[in-house]
Design a protein around this ligand. Structure first.
Ligand SMILES: *Cc1c(COP(=O)(O)O)cnc(C)c1O
Length: 340
């Protein structure tokens, strides 16, 4: 039975659900994994994650479709990205097929927490992994835990589809240069000061630049960026230091193959911002959130789409992507995994 929750008024927050998946890595192998109702993690005081931040995570969603199926969107890509993150952080890879299987199972166990179709809410799925045994010298842990919890969520930005404002901060997003493409808490920890400062100054998010030259647009704290040119091309930054967003890859495909638009992944210079017609953030949490304005110190760049609504192309991209996710529009082969 569906939980008694006011789904419409959910924000993007943590809500404890019934089951979470847990698997431990010890003596060079992962155990068979299990489900627990215990949301607490108890660790040694010198655990690798606590001392040297050895942890990475993923984020995806389960959706209830128009035909009342529960599905998730391209979990195989989350599995392979988490494997990349693990390798970069010297952690053992949780096998990709087991990752997808565990995602399906944990959603099934929490099926009553999947928000109804049309409520605007979805079930967020958070796989993560961390070093558990004590370490003192700087080296990788020998033991790890992989877990997946779920939480029903509403929109990431309050105000729904209202355009937001970004500012260009004097901080880099990723901790050390070159780890920005790893989905890891260490990058988020280094972005917290900039996000708190942005909020205090009245901005919604930060638009980070490449840390080597500080001339090129990278991404925001937790979402990639797309632009639409005045002649309706969809453009997104090419960079080896941004997180390869699955939403972005999907949107670029949708733009090209569903909407017949020209797409480009290329370096985008801050100086070009004035030339674009539309701008939006994309990610599992942000979905596709329109950006109305970017403030770069004493310069303000307002996109022609304005501060009241999504631009035309952004709107089409949003409707097509969410249409695919919610079963209103036929998906490309392999994008939708039916859970129940
Ligand atoms: C998760 C994340 C994104 C969005 O990726 P999706 O796969 O679309 O959810 C973008 N940037 C950063 C830094 C992220 O951590």
């Amino acid at each position: 039975m569906e939980k008694n929750i006011d789904w419409q008024s959910l924000g993007f927050g943590y809500q404890k659900t019934d089951y979470r998946y847990v698997s431990d890595y010890k003596n060079g192998e992962w155990d068979t994994g299990t489900f627990t109702t215990d949301e607490k993690v108890v660790l040694n005081e010198s655990a690798g994650v606590l001392q040297y931040a050895q942890t990475c995570f993923e984020g995806l969603k389960a959706y209830r479709t128009v035909d009342n199926y529960v599905v998730c969107f391209r979990p195989d890509l989350n599995a392979s990205r988490m494997a990349d993150s693990a390798r970069r952080l010297e952690m053992p890879v949780f096998p990709e097929e087991r990752f997808v299987d565990a995602v399906k199972q944990v959603v099934k166990k929490n099926i009553d927490w999947v928000p109804p179709y049309g409520s605007g809410a979805t079930l967020y799925i958070r796989p993560y992994m961390f070093g558990t045994n004590p370490v003192m010298g700087v080296k990788p842990a020998d033991e790890y835990q992989f877990r997946i919890f779920t939480s029903p969520v509403g929109p990431y930005f309050k105000g729904g589809a209202k355009p937001i404002t970004l500012r260009v901060p004097d901080f880099d997003r990723a901790a050390p240069l070159g780890t920005g493409h790893v989905k890891a808490g260490l990058n988020y920890a280094m972005s917290l000061h900039a996000i708190v400062e942005a909020h205090n100054l009245g901005y919604n998010e930060n638009m980070y630049l490449d840390s080597a030259t500080r001339t090129k647009v990278e991404e925001t704290g937790g979402a990639n960026i797309i632009f639409v040119t005045k002649d309706n091309r969809v453009v997104t930054p090419k960079s080896s230091t941004i997180l390869p967003s699955i939403t972005r890859r999907s949107l670029m495909y949708v733009a090209e193959h569903y909407l017949g638009l020209q797409v480009e992944e290329r370096e985008i210079f801050k100086e070009e911002l004035n030339d674009f017609a539309e701008c939006a953030l994309c990610g599992t949490a942000a979905v596709l959130s329109p950006v109305g304005k970017v403030v770069d110190h004493d310069k303000e760049i307002s996109f022609p789409s304005g501060m009241e609504k999504m631009g035309n192309i952004t709107q089409k991209l949003y409707e097509t992507l969410t249409g695919i996710q919610m079963g209103r529009i036929e998906a490309p082969k392999g994008w939708i995994y039916i859970i129940d």
